[in-house]
Design a protein around this ligand. Structure first.
Ligand code: UT7
Length: 328
């Protein structure tokens, strides 16, 4: 039987209209545009309004991808929604998106792998498509992180933004599509980025909420070092798995966590700036949505051509990390 890979057939993205600029943040916490720009590369981020929630953006991004793939939602047999900011605890945001889209023949579920969620989703879709267990997969990364951000904590509130990105995947011949993928995690670093409250351990009581335990806590400086090392190593691993070198990569789309992380990884991999995509100045860190939003922006801008070799690498809370290499 001929070798089959999962190919990315179409993409889409969406984000809130609301914009939070560095100047806005200067009025909220002790920070400056100069500090945020030089330490992170971020100039603005999107922020959901009070009535806006994760599945809203997930559905918009998915509809765009479905339309561009020219498929009917009923053809989707696998729907993976990567998110750490679900609409609600039960059911999964994936199931809520499924209902909204009318993707009634899909198995729908969520993945909670933080910023690596989209690459975790691509890896799973690739495995299920390659083994014939799925034929048409919708993989979404969607977050409304700003509802879990403490806007009195300057070490986290300047970083995060909201949005969603989506991809439709289907079988393609073994020379194209996902050539290699690798996902990893290390729970020993769980408290480097976490929200202690809101679950079965501490619950959501008046006390936990008053103490702000439902908000994200982050050891940014320690994450930084692990992020650079993990994203570099996993990029090398997927390149080696596919028998490719970094020289051959046409486009590197890293998780948009911090411009200095992107620069450090690209420097170690020796990928020059003309081959790196960065949108962190406009979106900040949107966790699982960052890579699919960036990928779709590249597609829309004509930066992705048939036959291009695209390397994606991520790192996030958990900690989790992943790498996916695609021949477009
Ligand atoms: O998405 C994947 C998971 N997340 C990450 O990968 C995040 C990785 N980490 C980072 O991006 C960076 O560590 C941050 C942007 C979060 C922080 O940058 P940093 O260069 O690591 O700063 P730092 O935490 O070492 O803090 C340096 C100084 C401190 O002041 P002192 O102690 O030197 O006086 C902080 O209090 O900067 C201060 N600081 C700020 N100053 C102005 C921290 N946040 C701010 C701020 N504005 N927003």
């Amino acid at each position: 039987m001929a070798k089959v890979n999962a190919g990315i057939l179409a993409t889409g993205h969406s984000y809130p209209k609301g914009i939070l600029t560095n100047a806005d943040l200067e009025k909220m916490v002790e920070t400056s545009d100069e500090w945020i720009t030089s330490r992170t590369g971020i100039k603005q981020r999107r922020k959901a309004a009070p009535g806006e929630y994760t599945s809203l953006f997930a559905v918009q991004a998915a509809r765009e991808a479905i339309e561009r793939a020219r498929i009917d939602p009923s053809e989707i047999d696998l729907l993976i929604c990567a998110t750490v900011t679900p609409d609600q605890i039960l059911p999964s945001t994936g199931c809520l998106v499924q209902a909204e889209l009318g993707a009634n023949n899909a198995a729908a579920f969520d993945i909670a792998a933080a910023c690596s969620g989209f690459l975790y989703g691509l890896s799973m879709a690739n495995g299920l498509i390659r083994t014939g267990q799925a034929r048409c997969a919708l993989v979404i990364g969607a977050e409304v992180l700003t509802k879990y951000v403490d806007y009195t904590d300057r070490s986290t509130c300047v970083i995060f933004g909201d949005g969603a990105g989506a991809a439709i995947l289907g079988p393609v011949d073994g020379e194209r599509g996902i050539l290699a993928s690798r996902i990893k995690s290390d729970g020993r670093f769980a408290e480097h980025l976490y929200a202690p409250g809101g679950g079965t351990r501490l619950g959501s009581t008046a006390e936990t909420i008053a103490r702000g335990e439902h908000y994200f806590k982050m050891k940014g400086n320690e994450l930084f070092k692990v992020a650079v090392r993990s994203m570099t190593d996993i990029s090398r691993e997927v390149l080696e798995q596919a028998g490719k070198s970094a020289d051959e990569v046409d486009l590197f789309i890293p998780h948009q966590a911090n411009q200095r992380i992107t620069d450090a990884v690209a420097n170690k991999l020796e990928v020059d700036s003309s081959r790196i995509y960065s949108n962190i100045s406009m979106h900040g860190n949107t966790s699982s949505a960052s890579i699919p939003i960036a990928l779709d922006e590249c597609v829309e801008a004509g930066r992705v051509k048939e036959g291009d070799l695209i390397l994606m690498a991520s790192f996030g809370g958990g900690v989790t990390w992943g790498g996916v290499l695609v021949r477009w």
